[in-house]
Design a protein around this ligand. Structure first.
Ligand SMILES: [Zn+2]
Length: 326
């Protein structure tokens, strides 16, 4: 089982200083202490209120949501506490990733817990941490004030040792699902400059699922999985329309490139629709997702080509396709 990581960072401010972590030495496991608040509830709070506190990642039954980049400091442990320095030689905020488990209310604990375990295994792989020594509970660092994440875990009958064992099991059992390279593919980067208020990316994902059985999560977030599904759609269409005999693997390669037919103003069909969908995903506005290559699509392609230093002609040829999909 592999999960998707959503990166939707809060703006800079008190909660996100932008100061860099030099080396990640440990991961601090927290719970929010606020039953029923979801990952996005927390993101909204930290983004809008900018308290002098934060954590890198919030996890509920739907999202593994990174709100502060992992190479920046977040403020999840008090600076005056001695245990972090004793155990790791530095203040926690300066060298540790803080992850918060969301629980209670309508949050499905089992689903949230699986993601929490998986994400800690992911952190251990990513930063070469020993889960038995270098995942530490907030309560261990600040026992006078904090009881997390034992508070949330114990409510559901899970001890700290069980949690760590589950992380170890996930790491051992799934070199496939958490190998670093593979995981990069399943990370979603939500670029805050690209807004999808009208649901175009949602529509594109639904349409890909319906037409090419791609089984995407319809979340309106563009990432590697959506791109792969779009390439599968394109390969399918090239096979159907032009007998291209491509392997439908969702990977852009020289064979797929060689089978590309030029698409330009006046074209109608599903390849145009895939172009329109990709333009939306990349932050351009072709003025419709209708499979008709009209003026809106033409000008969006021109803008895209200009941004990418391609020949600006509003025509989708091999190089423009390659830049859309690579
Ligand atoms: Zn905490």
């Amino acid at each position: 089982m592999s999960y998707q990581i959503t990166r939707d960072y809060i703006k800079k401010g008190k909660a996100r200083s932008g100061q860099k972590i030099e080396k990640v030495r440990a991961a601090v496991a927290h719970d929010t202490g606020n039953p029923g608040s979801t990952a996005y509830n927390n993101r909204d709070y930290f983004n809008n209120h900018q308290p002098s506190a934060s954590a890198h990642t919030f996890i509920d039954d739907k999202y593994i949501l990174e709100i502060v980049p992992l190479n920046e400091k977040a403020w999840h442990v008090r600076y005056t506490k001695p245990n972090d320095n004793r155990l790791f030689g530095d203040d926690a905020n300066d060298c540790m990733i803080g992850t918060e488990l969301c629980y209670g209310g309508s949050i499905n604990f089992g689903e949230a817990y699986k993601r929490y375990v998986w994400y800690h295994a992911y952190l251990c792989k990513k930063f070469d941490l020993d889960p038995k020594k270098e995942i530490v509970a907030h309560a261990t660092l600040d026992p006078q004030r904090r009881s997390d994440p034992h508070n949330a875990l114990n409510k559901h009958g899970i001890t700290w040792d069980q949690f760590i064992n589950d992380v170890v099991k996930t790491m051992n059992g799934s070199s496939k699902t958490i190998n670093r390279k593979e995981q990069v593919k399943s990370e979603v980067v939500k670029n805050p400059t690209i807004t999808d208020k009208k649901g175009y990316i949602d529509n594109f994902q639904k349409w890909l699922n319906n037409n090419y059985r791609t089984e995407l999560v319809v979340d309106g977030l563009f990432g590697a999985k959506t791109k792969k599904a779009a390439i599968k759609g394109l390969q399918t269409e090239l096979n159907l329309q032009f007998r291209a005999k491509l392997v439908i693997d969702g990977i852009w390669g020289s064979k797929t490139k060689s089978e590309i037919r030029t698409v330009s103003r006046g074209a109608v069909g599903d390849i145009t629709r895939i172009i329109q969908g990709m333009l939306y995903c990349l932050g351009y506005d072709p003025k419709g997702f209708d499979g008709i290559f009209g003026n809106g699509c033409y000008y969006a392609v021109r803008t895209f080509q200009g941004d990418k230093n391609l020949t600006v002609d509003g025509i989708c040829g091999k190089n423009t396709f390659e830049t859309l999909f690579k």
